[in-house]
Design a protein around this ligand. Structure first.
Ligand code: PLP
Ligand code: COI
Length: 354
């Protein structure tokens, strides 16, 4: 039986809800009134609390800042027309949270703390959930090391925090992407499969270079040969090639996305052939040239289904069809939106009611 956590609640005395512009919600800039916090010390999680969102104090020597013992998750809550609030597949994020933590030598967080912590803060801030199309409440659980010690060793104390905030679309346009053939996001044996803060830190400089060249995102390739596609920025890379849905195998250099899994599940239900396998740059470029690449998109929680308009490689740019005319990604986006927003029944157990 799942244990109910004893969560201490301190409500804000000044809600920022009324002064928040819900017509203008750039991703990740607006935070709701409260956050969930838990501490890890003496080998256990404790002090479960919901407190007003705000600054927290810690020593400048904490190991998260020096050695990068920090990782996070990203998921979303939706409000249905009847007021019901659901979170999309949080059990998958709970599972991945612990995979990330294990790789970073950080303590496991029992699923009930992850789920009940999130539910507590989503519940208290349910009025913050936007209801307009393509909007939701983004949920950002994260853990970081708090020992004030400069020796390189795993910390013995940690904090788990859940922030939330209303968001609109992460990408506002069709993406112009470049296949990266020098820099690497993650290598075999590394921590690409973990949602480690350091993975994002290392991606920034190459991604900025690409933005300076006029691209929106990078497609990462394998560290050894740069001949195989790995991921697309903060999303998994998915393609429809020759009528089949293909996506790189989620080995240890790729974050195994919840959206990726949901897209593959729907495609299989619709009778499509789905292949998780090494995807070569050569076959994607060939498909773009001969018209057999009929769909290409990034799949992620923040990104949702983000269509790729053109792919650049080795100085050449290859243009794909107009995203509006793409049968598969349009249908997937519509179906996932309908399940999340409650306009289509959830027959797969993907929504968790708060
Ligand atoms: N890959 C990376 C590097 C990401 O940051 C994300 C976003 O979370 C994804 C893939 C997609 O994962 P998910 O669908 O679980 O959000
Ligand atoms: C998410 O989709 O939740 C992500 O983690 C992307 C984020 C880094 C903006």
């Amino acid at each position: 039986m799942t244990e109910t956590l004893d969560i201490q609640i301190t409500k804000t005395t000044h809600s920022r809800l009324a002064e928040t512009d819900f017509d203008n919600l750039p991703f990740g800039k607006t935070f709701s009134d409260h956050m969930f916090v838990a501490d890890y010390a003496d080998g256990e999680w404790k002090n479960f609390r919901v407190v007003p969102y705000g600054e927290i104090g810690f020593s400048p020597a904490i190991s998260a800042l020096h050695y990068g013992q920090a990782f996070f998750e990203g998921l979303k809550a939706y409000k249905h027309a009847d007021g019901k609030v659901v979170i999309f597949r949080p059990d998958k994020n709970a599972e991945r949270f612990n995979k990330s933590g294990e790789r970073l030598c950080m303590p496991a967080l029992p699923e009930e703390i992850f789920l009940q912590g999130i539910a507590a803060v989503v519940d208290i801030d349910r009025d913050w959930i936007p209801t307009r199309a393509n909007h939701s409440l983004y949920i950002r659980p994260f853990m970081f090391a708090t020992d004030p010690f400069l020796g390189v060793q795993p910390s013995s104390t940690y904090k788990f925090i859940v922030l939330t905030g209303p968001v609109g679309p992460y990408f506002s346009k069709t993406l112009r992407v470049k296949i990266e053939s020098h820099y690497t996001r993650a290598a075999e044996g590394g921590m690409g499969f973990a949602k480690a803060a350091g993975n994002y830190g290392s991606s920034l400089m190459p991604a900025k270079k690409a933005v300076d060249e006029g691209f929106d995102q990078l497609i990462w390739t394998d560290a050894k040969s740069h001949e195989y596609i790995e991921e697309m920025g903060a999303a998994n890379a998915m393609f429809v090639l020759d009528g089949k849905l293909i996506t790189p195998t989620a080995g240890d250099s790729i974050l195994k996305g919840v959206t990726r899994d949901s897209v593959m599940c729907l495609a299989r239900e619709w009778g499509m052939t789905v292949e998780e396998r090494p995807v070569s740059v050569a076959e994607i470029i060939e498909g773009a040239k001969n018209g057999k690449l009929t769909d290409a998109f990034g799949a992620g929680t923040a990104a949702t289904i983000a269509p790729v308009g053109s792919i650049s490689y080795d100085g050449e740019e290859y243009f794909l069809s107009d995203p509006k005319d793409r049968e598969f990604s349009q249908k997937v986006l519509k179906t996932l939106d309908a399940i999340k927003n409650g306009t289509e029944p959830d027959t797969r157990g993907w929504t968790y009611v708060v």
